[in-house]
Design a protein around this ligand. Structure first.
Ligand code: PLP
Length: 402
């Protein structure tokens, strides 16, 4: 016999997945609706509307791909990249490599640059590469969760538009955690994820794109022969499940029969977005900044070193150096075991060197910041690390009590 699942209550301070708002979890237990039920279609329309607010866009094509954030990235890049198309990906961490990998698989002629992990590009560096390579598409990460850095996009967006280049942005780690203005920054396509600052379980990729992208998708449109036996297109998109030329029609009044929409997940997303609208983007961004400050001040007061510089730090992820004499993974495991608090390891060249502490969405709140600081301090002391005892919580409380 298998026992009923009893899931422990965790304090999740990673860069995703993060804790879901209890309101989101509640709505997920609502009854199933059929995907063409008028009551469900209304939910789809509302989600699109709420997403436009969240992405700060007027784009008509604003909807959700079922799958994690990378499904959304893959859908957009496979939709616009055809064999031999020139794509430029400026890499500054793990997720730039992901954009590269997906662009190559889509058949792109991909040019990359890579800078040291922990830094970001100046507009001048990006412009130089763009002028030399003359790509059709530039794909870039906004908040690089692997290094805790944030790449400024406004100048890049305006420049790409001026040069008629399509700019695709991964805002998975930043959307609603910091300012992100799709239209104002002239970004052609943006992809997000649900399990980061939206505080909804993983499994959906909200995205938005403008008519420049839509035009290419329409040219490549090909629907299944079981629905239209005459549909033919020699430029058709190579993936069926992630074919935006069909999915955008599923999300249109035509309701083209493509996949079966994940109805319960969409209830969850609607609730998550409704919470964002209630809080307002401005307040939410302020809340992320405020808690980040308390976290950073606490870590510094403990005597730990923050990785990277302050000016390009992403407010939703704080990378902190692992002090001498401890094994990074042991500290993380003991924090879970003793305190039910989770933080994240690092990737690639940074493996073992730093911890990544997320402060995203519903997880980004005072009691969580205080819990992660106390759990980390106590664990380090037990491991024999010399820290400034008792200082971290006081420094964080000083921020909260102003
Ligand atoms: C988490 C993350 C992804 C990947 O998201 P999945 O939902 O795991 O596919 C992509 N880009 C960035 C910047 C991320 O932080």
């Amino acid at each position: 016999m298998y026992k009923e699942l009893v899931i422990p209550q965790r304090t999740i301070m990673t860069p995703g997945p993060v804790e879901a708002d209890p309101r989101v979890l509640r709505v997920m237990s609502a009854p199933i609706l059929g995907q063409y039920d008028p009551d469900f279609l209304k939910i789809m329309d509302e989600v699109q509307d709420l997403l436009r607010y969240t992405f700060q866009t007027e784009n008509h094509q604003t909807f959700v791909v079922d799958g994690t954030a990378r499904a959304g990235i893959e859908a957009v890049l496979s939709g616009i990249i055809e064999k031999g198309d020139k794509v430029y990906v400026p890499i500054f961490g793990r997720f730039g490599h992901l954009l590269t990998e997906i662009s190559k698989r889509a058949g792109g002629d991909v040019h990359t640059t890579e800078i040291e992990w922990g830094t970001t590009y100046s507009f001048h560096q990006l412009k130089k590469e763009i002028d030399e390579f003359q790509p059709k598409v530039v794909a870039i990460v906004h908040g690089e969760t692997s290094t805790g850095r944030m790449q400024p996009l406004k100048e890049l967006g305006h420049y790409c538009r001026e040069k008629d280049i399509l700019l695709v942005v991964d805002s998975v780690a930043t959307l609603t955690g910091t300012e992100f203005k799709t239209d104002e920054w002239k970004i052609d396509a943006v992809i997000a994820g649900t399990q980061k600052c939206l505080s909804v379980p993983t499994g959906m990729a909200p995205l938005t794109y403008n008519d420049r992208v839509e035009k290419i998708l329409k040219e490549r449109r090909k629907i299944e022969q079981g629905l239209d036996k005459d549909s033919f297109n020699d430029r058709m998109i190579s993936t069926n499940y992630l074919d935006l030329s069909q999915i955008q029609e599923y999300w249109s009044p035509k309701r083209l029969n493509h996949h079966t929409e994940a109805t319960s997940m969409l209830y969850a997303l609607r609730e998550g977005l409704r919470i964002i609208k209630e809080e307002s983007l401005e307040e939410r961004i302020k809340r992320h900044k405020y808690n980040e400050k308390a976290l950073v001040e606490g870590l510094k007061a403990m005597g730990l070193e923050i990785f990277g510089e302050e000016f390009d730090k992403v407010p939703t992820v704080t990378c902190v150096m692992v002090p001498e004499g401890v094994v990074e993974s042991e500290v993380r495991l003991e924090m879970i075991k003793n305190f039910s608090v989770e933080i994240a390891a690092a990737f690639g060249p940074l493996t073992g060197k730093l911890w990544r502490i997320g402060s995203m969405g519903y997880s980004c709140r005072k009691e969580n910041v205080l819990r992660v600081l106390s759990a980390l301090e106590a664990t380090l002391i037990r491991k024999g690390v010399c820290v400034n005892r008792g200082e971290a919580l006081q420094a964080a409380l000083n921020i909260y009590e102003v």
